[in-house]
Ligand binder design. Sequence first.
Ligand SMILES: [Zn+2]
Length: 83
Amino acid sequence: MSETHESSDIQKKKFRDFSLRDPEEQSDFLNTTWCNHCMEADLGMVDPVEYELEGRVFLEGKCRKCGSIVTTEIIEDDQELDS
Ligand SMILES: [Zn+2]
């Protein structure tokens, strides 16, 4: 584990369990990526970690092609789940 991000942000992150999501939803997010290193979309990511930061939800993982960190914002339509 190595964190190279700004240390001030790390403390605000609230980690979530990405594996609790629908398998379909998971593969959707894992395949819909943008890699700043490859400058290419939808290369996919591995080792996904989901977290919440300042009210927004992100998924961070490694580019399947080059291994760079890629981050996707997860936009949730239904924030209020029926209980
Ligand atoms: Zn890449």
